[in-house]
Write a protein that binds this ligand. Sequence first.
Ligand code: TMP
Length: 260
Amino acid sequence: MVRRRQIYEGKAKILYEGPEPGTLIQYFKDDATAFNAQKRGTISGKGVLNNRISEHIFVALQTIGVPTHFIRRINMREQLVRQVEIVPIEVVVRNVAAGSLSKRLGIEEGTQLPRTIIEYYYKDDALGDPMIADEHIACFGWASQDEMNDIADMAIRVNDFMCGLFAGIGIRLVDFKLEFGRLYDGDFSRIILADEISPDGCRLWDMKSNEKLDKDRFRQNLGGEAEAYQEVARRLGLLPEDSEESAVLDLDSHRKKRGR
Ligand code: TMP
């Protein structure tokens, strides 16, 4: 068997050449990084959970008419996606103050924002992904004005949809990061949603307890990151209640209760 060609390796995913031209295989790793990879670790089973969670959200977004790169999930850790040219901008959408917004502007974490904020960061690890304004994007030609209009419109649609999706399972969508790509069709290209949507790039808080169910558990050394990702998948209905995973968890809590 011929070994497939690796196109790119990022911090949490690997991209391989796909079976047909214009497709890629997106492989989800268990590796976790934070603070521009100054902190590194692994979250056991994260890749499997993120693959399922991201599939679930991308499929749902497609049903409401948001174009995405997702084609289908192949196995536990891989999905088939359309090859795009990634726009070098990280789009962050915020509903509640947290993370770098709280730090930079001194707004208490957990403050509900009176309106949704969209921020842009230049995707460049060597520069530490600096925050940028529309002016920089236009000046350096990272995306056209039409493309930025599409990106902002889609980011708001994704936010509206995901706020409802997560509210329905008792989770507050605090903020999240999106990436977009250009899908070429001859001389023309259009913007579609790319990358992934998972607890790696979202802040998700339990509505009742405010418990963090996302990568902040890893960033802030809170522990229980695998369990948190599993809880998100479980609430989304992606882990059958009687699955092996939950059986193992039940057994664990049972043992703990009995002091073993
Ligand atoms: P921030 O508060 O650190 O700027 O993060 C905002 C959101 O974006 C948060 O949900 C985590 C996500 N994010 C990423 O997915 N990748 C990154 O490199 C950073 C800095 C944030």
